[in-house]
Design a protein around this ligand. Sequence first.
Ligand code: SF4
Length: 316
Amino acid sequence: MEDRIKVGVSSCLLGNQVRYDGSHKRDRYITDVLAEYFHFIPVCPEVECGLPVPRETMHLEGDPEQPRLVTTRSNIDHTAKMKKFCAEMIRELQNEKLSAFIFKKGSPSSGLHRVKIYGHSGQAQKKGRGLFASAVANHFPLLPLEEEGRLHDAKLRENFIERVYCYHRWQSFLESTPDYKKLVQFHTRHKLQLMAHSPKHLSKMGKLVAGGKTMPREELLDQYQAYLMEAMALKATIKKNVNVLYHIMGYFKTFLAGDEKAELLEIIDAYARSTTPLVVPLTMVSHYVRKYGVSYLQNQVYLEPHPSELMLRNHV
Ligand code: SF4
């Protein structure tokens, strides 16, 4: 349990009966797949701030910048109670050292994206964020955040889990009392992964690290981590992955026999045309990396950024 990555989660997604009507919203991908790898810290802001189960439904209303959490029938305002709870829970979560948070979509407390905010006319705009989700996002700006619904999209799921593992590696790196040499090593291992997400960030980060020896350590690490998580939030598209695959080929193409090279090019081309998933060229690349012992590539996170058993690259 201790080795698993700590991830916060909306409690109802684990099957806990904490919703307004006493039901749950168990998500099988979270409980049956991700639970093998993540140690979940459940939070139900509505129950933990003192509201009962069952309870009256609530929604957000008023100023989209400062929405209020109000019960829908009797119009009781729970904003202050919820904000007090959020401040306390944020302090607790700071000690947990989470590597991510998965929220329940649509909730006025837990929803991360497009939560309804009602105006004076009674019309709703899907522009809000649940009060607790908003507090987490504001206090942990680097933390990978996602909603359970979006995890059912293969590309969003792969991107989120890649970010979770990357952030977790960064947290472990920070705990290792990092010096300049360790930062260079961290950066070197992540170069191809960064190239797949954002060649622009890779270039900026390369310059930062190259000139970082004389910078105050804290400033260097703060800037590096901001770039790192910004880059990882950008999607690794087919075009960018193809670019990385050709770049990788440059490391061993002189070792490859004519038929090996032709077969690899054919498979990269099939991936570029979306007729085969990313796992196929990467399996072949990994085979050649092992066969020809290319140590620079063996150390690249890009080849295995998350457990292969999750099969995330079989669908992108
Ligand atoms: S969505 Fe959030 S507040 Fe609502 S029941 Fe689930 S965990 Fe509790």
